[in-house]
Ligand binder design. Structure first.
Ligand SMILES: *Cc1c(COP(=O)(O)O)cnc(C)c1O
Length: 388
């Protein structure tokens, strides 16, 4: 068997919609992208949704819209992809790296509360909904959630939802909660446009700023300029903006993907339940802890940890999976171990005990709708043969 770690599923109306775009004669940001934004905003219950060309662009625009400046402190977990933190460096602002909970890989209210005591002057936080499970955003009877905690400390909230479409926190979709939420439609994410992203917000001023800055700081978008009647050629530049718009070709793929997002999520949950069920008795594996109803999870990454009870090293296991033809990945080598962040911000492994423990044993298994029943069984059988 040869099982790739990830496989795209474009078996819906992707080609039909791409043909419509090509036949229309308008390839870049236009009607199809607006339709994509409209439908996305309705799904996640956001007042505004703005399609861009990546989640990294979305995060950059989000920090800009919150007015982040040189020297400002921004909290970010060490347990994430570099994009969550590199955008802070774009502003010459200061990322304050936080450890995460061992069992979920998520930031928790407790971790954030401690960080606020050490850094009360922090301007913003980037919350990553790791693997597709929401962090604890809302307060319950006993504990303050991340929203209340950050609001009372004057910290603005950006959610990195690159793993988290369609994810819910309690009964609310991620995308409708914090100040700004950023999604990714990169090739291997839960829905894809090849490359792409989306920013959502409930705030009109933030939305205006993002719409302007995603297209050069122009005060109206090109599509409106060319298609309004009478034609109006004149525009103004209100700031030094970026070239972060998406295209109608990408949005055509996105629209087809949105027709199947729920079905694809449900199929990933089936795989997750199969893995959880068939691996739960293996003493040397720590399974991901699911603190939400299974239906609220988008199941983007299935991460396991080979713990201290194992008689082998993680590298030996990965070598074995390689030999068995089973694709795997490691999410993540934490940012505090990456040369740039370690050197620039003087980070030490000792300050991130949970991320260190995760990192030493973690690996992720394939989880995508096109993974066949035979493949799932082969993965489990192979793992059990090696570990039990
Ligand atoms: C993939 C990813 C991103 C970046 O997404 P792009 O669309 O490729 O820019 C950001 N954050 C996390 C957590 C990711 O996994």
């Amino acid at each position: 068997m040869k099982i790739p770690f990830s496989k795209i599923d474009c078996s819906g109306k992707e080609l039909d919609y791409i043909k419509e775009v090509i036949d229309s004669g308008w390839l870049t940001y236009g009607g199809k992208s607006k339709e994509f934004e409209d439908i996305f905003s309705r799904i996640v219950d956001a007042k505004h949704a703005m399609a861009v060309n990546s989640c990294t662009a979305a995060l950059h625009l989000a920090l800009d819209a919150l007015g982040i400046k040189s020297g400002d402190k921004v909290f970010v977990p060490t347990w994430t992809f570099t994009a969550s933190a590199e955008v802070i460096s774009y502003f010459d602002a200061v990322p304050i790296f936080l450890d995460v909970d061992y069992s979920t890989g998520l930031l928790t209210p407790e971790i954030i509360q401690k960080a606020i005591i050490d850094h009360p002057d922090t301007k913003a936080i980037i919350v990553v909904h790791y693997a597709g499970q929401s962090a604890q955003m809302f307060s319950d009877n006993n504990d303050k959630g991340i929203l209340d905690l950050c609001n009372s400390a004057g910290i603005r909230i950006i959610e990195d939802a690159a793993h988290a479409f369609p994810t819910k926190c309690d009964n609310h979709f991620i995308g409708s909660i914090g100040d700004i939420t950023c999604f990714s439609f990169y090739a291997n994410k839960t829905i894809t446009t090849g490359e792409g992203g989306m920013v959502t917000t409930q705030n009109d001023e933030i939305a205006d700023r993002i719409k302007t800055m995603r297209l050069h700081g122009i005060n109206k978008d090109a599509w409106n300029r060319y298609t309004s009647s009478p034609q109006s050629w004149e525009y103004d530049i209100v700031d030094a903006g970026f070239k972060y718009n998406t295209t109608d070709l990408s949005s055509a793929i996105g629209l087809a993907q949105l027709e199947r997002y729920q079905e694809m999520r449900d199929l990933r949950q089936e795989i997750a339940e199969f893995y959880l069920d068939n691996l739960k008795d293996i003493k040397c594996l720590d399974l991901p802890k699911i603190e939400v109803p299974l239906e609220n999870h988008s199941w983007h990454i299935f991460n396991l940890v080979l713990n201290d009870k194992a008689k082998i090293k993680r590298e030996e296991l990965l070598h074995y999976l390689q030999e068995k033809g089973i694709g795997f990945s490691v999410h993540y080598k934490p940012l505090h171990r990456m040369t740039y962040y370690r050197k620039t911000f003087g980070l030490s492994n000792d300050n991130f005990p949970n991320a260190e423990r995760l990192w030493k044993g973690c690996f992720s298994l394939p989880i995508y709708p096109l993974l066949t029943i035979d493949e799932r069984q082969y993965i489990i059988k192979s793992l059990r043969e090696f570990l039990v």
